[in-house]
Design a protein around this ligand. Structure first.
Ligand code: GLA
Length: 365
């Protein structure tokens, strides 16, 4: 859980001040206490390589204070520091954003770069494929393993997030290499992108487990179609929690609508997302009208149940508890308004807004 610069500023607007503002806000608006901790600087922080040592250096205009000082700043707020790298020679922004500085990739420099990041105080690495097969004829698994080994060699505890956009079923091999792996192409701040990603996760539940997670990409909360649409943000964040997904905000945190901040810090949402069993939700019902039922087992025999409406009309969604959480007596509570819901008839139901989600915790009675 945390923040990443990319969905907020992309490449050319990234600065040290943006990163510090995110850290300041997370440390003061309740997000840190809710569990948001990683502040990740994505692509376009790099200024090149030191001509003598070959070490990566930060962009001097964008990051005038330098990376070790930024790491200290983030740590002093009680947060953790994340950074971005690539296994080939070119970063994604070299290609997609015409970032003009080259030679930033870690190919042949894995140990040096891992050491540099460790010296900067880095706690999380996003390692992004970026066409390294085309530019450098690399193979994914050996390339990702080289950086894993380099990180281990530093002796620092660094979360390792790999990304190849779900192209080669990374859920089948990612757990051997990394702590999390992207399962999709880049998320956009549009409902269709978010709904498409949710749909594509339905069969991936067997692969996620504690320490090894499917990553359906960062949140678009606060951006584009998710700027202030409370229902859509509930569906987006609520389903990411059901998917046991990382929750990385990528928006201007100080500007967050208070109601949307409430979704992100809702204690049930965080408890579902971070549940220690680490089991990802399964989709149990998929109706032609765009209504779906998803269920996720949590610790202590509790279940999280999502009644999800992808459509553009209001829908009354009903699920038989016996089919969703099993026989027996249950108590249900709605996550959004924290109220008990009557399930004595053996059914859980809710009116669900278009592009919305009713989320519930079910406890054995
Ligand atoms: C790729 C990744 C994005 C971001 C950019 C940076 O597109 O999928 O999340 O890291 O590269 O250039």
């Amino acid at each position: 859980m945390g923040w990443n610069s990319w969905n907020q500023v992309r490449c050319h607007n990234l600065t040290e001040d943006i990163v510090k503002a995110a850290a300041d806000a997370i440390a003061s608006n309740g997000m840190r206490e809710a569990g948001y901790q990683y502040v990740v600087v994505d692509d376009c922080y790099q200024g090149g390589r030191d001509p003598e040592t070959g070490s990566l250096i930060a962009h001097s205009q964008r990051f005038p204070g330098g990376m070790p000082a930024l790491g200290e700043y983030i740590h002093a707020k009680g947060l953790k520091f994340g950074i971005y790298g690539v296994p080939g020679s070119e970063t994604c922004a070299n290609f997609w954003d015409e970032y003009p500085i080259h030679g930033l990739g870690s190919l042949g420099m894995e140990e040096l770069d891992a050491q540099t990041w460790a010296e900067w105080g880095v706690d999380y690495l996003k390692y992004d494929w970026c066409r390294a097969d085309i530019t450098d004829e690399l193979e994914k698994i050996p390339a990702f393993l080289r950086m894993r080994d380099a990180l281990v060699t530093t002796g620092r505890d660094i979360v390792y997030a790999v990304s190849e956009y779900g192209d080669d079923e990374p859920w089948t091999w990612g757990a051997e290499i990394a702590n999390l792996w992207r399962t999709t192409q880049d998320i956009l701040p549009e409902w269709d992108s978010v709904a498409g990603i949710i749909n594509a996760q339905a069969d991936l539940w067997p692969y996620s487990r504690p320490g090894a997670w499917n990553d359906p990409d960062m949140l678009q909360v606060g951006n584009g179609e998710f700027t202030d649409d409370v229902e859509a943000n509930r569906a987006h964040v609520g389903m990411w929690a059901m998917l046991a997904a990382p929750l990385f905000l990528g928006t201007n945190v100080p500007d967050l609508d208070p109601q949307i901040l409430g979704i992100l810090t809702n204690p049930d949402v965080v408890a579902i997302d971070q549940d220690p069993l680490g089991k990802q939700a399964q989709r149990l019902v998929k109706n032609a009208d765009g209504t779906q039922v998803w269920s996720r087992p949590l610790k202590d025999g509790v279940f999280a149940v999502a009644l999800y409406n992808l459509g553009t009309e209001h829908q009354h969604i009903t699920a038989a508890l016996e089919d969703v959480v099993g026989a027996g007596a249950w108590r249900a509570r709605s996550v959004w308004d924290q109220k008990d819901v009557d399930v004595t008839g053996g059914h859980l139901s809710a009116d669900v807004a278009p592009r919305g989600l009713a989320l519930h915790m079910l406890r054995p009675a």
